[in-house]
Design a protein around this ligand. Structure first.
Ligand code: I3P
Length: 393
């Protein structure tokens, strides 16, 4: 996909570049508001696309997703299918985290560039988890997108090597979770106490861009000279986990988008959310006083928790840097539009001969524990204690 096409993609919205604001703007006519939101979406999408290409020189495309495909080249031919966004008379897609954009393939279905691990997750997800993942509508154009980077290997679904080098890529077609929503509210919660793979922890390449990002979080986190020399990705990701709520609470909020334009900002604001109180405030911001949605999400999280505890698929997989996407329609006061889905499986790996994971044991090198259920437990506890409407921001 060429740059001009990517930048003109209409669908993606990244809350990441919208300034942090917990104050709703004054009421405006819906038309004016829609124009403002559209402008913010466009600027945000263009900024992120250009910045990613400058940084990596290659595709920076990561829909719905906390996993970066930023160092992957696109498949040789992106897809024979053409985007039918124009045909889909729906609201723009809302994306609150990740590195790139989703494309609407057809009404109700989005296209995402994915690595083999993610494709394998969708292909192998069993029926008892079907309600907890976006529905899967197939894949196109699997190709080798090797970029010579470092990485290990994983199993998972018969695609062979799916390390961060030697990546096999596919366009996957998955359910558009905001389809049919008039005023979608979206929140991306990255799960787990650890968001790096073991091979990433061992990588030695120094990256100045990551030192710069760490500096933006807190200059004191860098040692003398590191800003110029760069830091390893392992160090960056471990700092991200320990400086946010990931390491302690097992989750962090990557982004929230509300249709009224009041938007927490993930790149900056969210990165510093660390305490239970911080997270609760963000959750309350997302719920916006909608008690029916709050109840519906509480029930959905309880169902998800029960399903994951009982799932042999989940027990056999390390699920790192995966998110829960929360979606509801602000205009819905029944809770019927509320849904939570597991997304972002680019760092999900099947451990065919490996241990059965508890997902709540402490990680030690080699045991693959990811802390996913630590985060889900925290989320449920905080969610149930939320005084909906009780936070003014
Ligand atoms: C990014 C985030 C992504 C990660 C990316 C990080 O940090 O952790 O998940 O991609 O690595 O920069 P942040 O959220 O602070 O912006 P991976 O999922 O591939 O690890 P990258 O810079 O190598 O793309």
């Amino acid at each position: 996909m060429d740059d001009s096409k990517r930048e003109s993609l209409p669908a993606g919205m990244a809350a990441g570049t919208l300034r942090e604001s917990e104050e709703a703007p004054p009421c405006e006519t819906p038309r004016r508001l829609a124009t403002l939101i559209r402008a913010a979406i466009l600027v945000s999408a263009m900024y992120r696309g250009r910045r990613g290409r400058e940084k990596h020189g290659v595709v920076d495309y990561d829909p719905y997703d906390g996993f970066s495909t930023s160092k992957m080249r696109p498949p040789p031919r992106f897809s024979r299918r053409t985007s039918s966004t124009e045909d889909a008379a729906e609201a723009p897609l809302v994306q609150v985290a990740g590195h790139g954009m989703l494309e609407r393939e057809r009404p109700g279905v989005v296209r995402k560039l994915a690595v083999a691990r993610e494709l394998a997750a969708y292909r192998t997800a069993p029926p008892d988890l079907a309600d907890h993942l976006p529905s899967f509508h197939g894949a196109d154009e699997v190709g080798d997108a090797s970029d010579g980077g470092g990485g290990g290997r994983c199993g998972g679904g018969g695609l062979g090597s799916a390390s961060k080098s030697g990546l096999e890529m596919a366009s996957i077609f998955i359910e558009d979770l905001t389809a049919g929503l008039r005023r979608p509210c979206v929140m991306d919660v990255k799960m787990g106490t650890r968001t790096f793979l073991e091979e990433e922890a061992a990588a030695t390449k120094l990256r100045v861009d990551l030192a710069t990002k760490l500096h933006e979080i807190d200059p004191a986190l860098l040692l003398p000279g590191e800003r110029e020399r760069g830091i390893t990705k392992g160090r960056y990701l471990q700092q991200r986990d320990s400086q946010s709520s990931s390491a302690t609470l097992g989750l962090r909020i990557e982004g929230i988008s509300r249709p009224d334009g009041a938007t927490f900002e993930s790149r900056g604001g969210f990165k510093r959310l660390r305490s239970e109180e911080d997270i609760s405030r963000a959750l309350a911001f997302f719920v916006g006083g909608n008690a029916a949605a709050h109840d519906a999400f509480a029930a959905a999280l309880a169902r998800l928790h029960a399903s994951l505890r009982a799932s042999s698929w989940f027990a056999a997989r390390e699920v790192v840097s995966s998110s829960l996407l929360f979606v509801y329609d602000e205009a819905d006061r029944t809770g019927g539009s509320a849904r939570v889905r597991m997304i972002d499986f680019a760092k999900t790996q099947h451990l065919p001969d490996g241990p059965t994971l508890t997902h709540d044991a402490r990680w030690e090198a080699g045991n693959h524990e990811d802390g996913y259920l630590v985060g889900l437990g925290t989320l449920r506890t905080l969610w149930e204690a939320l005084p909906v409407g009780g936070f003014s921001g």
